[in-house]
Design a protein. Sequence first.
Length: 305
Amino acid sequence: MAVLVSGASGFLGSLLVERLAAEGQEVVALARQPVPIKFELNTRIHWIVRDIAQDGIDLSGLPDIEIVVHLAGATLGAGKDENLFLTANEKTTVRLFQALADRVDRFIFASSQVVYGDACHLAVTEDFPMQPDGSAYACSKLNSENWLRWFQKRHGGQYLVLRFCGFIDGGGLVDYLIDQALAGKAIDLYSSGNVRRDYLPSAEGVDALMAALKYRGAPRFLPLNIGSGQAVSARELASLVCADLQSSSPIELLTDPSPHNDFVFCIDRARQLLNFRPGSVIDAVRNYARHRQGQANRRVSNAKN
């Protein structure tokens, strides 16, 4: 029996496929990109190049699917409009589950903290109201969740929805801080750097997915918050990045309001049901900053040679 992973060439998807194959699991990997070189010779990975929204999926000739991990879709980014999110997120979800809901009874879906909107809270539980009014992306993620509610009601089965916080290594605030610190440029922080947010390294995001794959619970639609559960301000993060990188970048505490307010997950449900135990977010940021610094130093060294 195989695990089907949609979005297999994406940020989390490629890490998950690699982890599954390393643990001896057979994987059906769906992606719009050709198979990466590192996976070409791995006989446990069946790599299928497919645009699910446009072409649907064809399971003929593939191993039986035990569980589906749905990671495919578009994320936040400049120049992306409503039609893109409608197609990449909602239509992809509907076509995938139309093909699989009758033959598979276990599903995992990667959702996002954006479904809660600007919650302004340091312990956001799964029972908080949904307020996807911040972006078209947020609307598409909540709408995708609602489609899953419908498929679960119609077909039964276990539907786990993992609502991820922002990733440390996902191109957001932490990468901005490191970029500025490595370049010796000023670091601008809105709201005087006091806004506290939840962050998680991508490796621990994969840990959560692996834990969800092992979960055996009642057939139902079940949302789970996946984050560190640790409140860290932008000013704290900027200070530790500059200190660890020995950067002279000035930290500018701007009084202009931040586009986002406090947002930290309560992860009690994930702890209880998945035994999900994230590490220190401070340590994770430090390790990532040093990793980025090492990459930068190697690029300089290679350029000189």
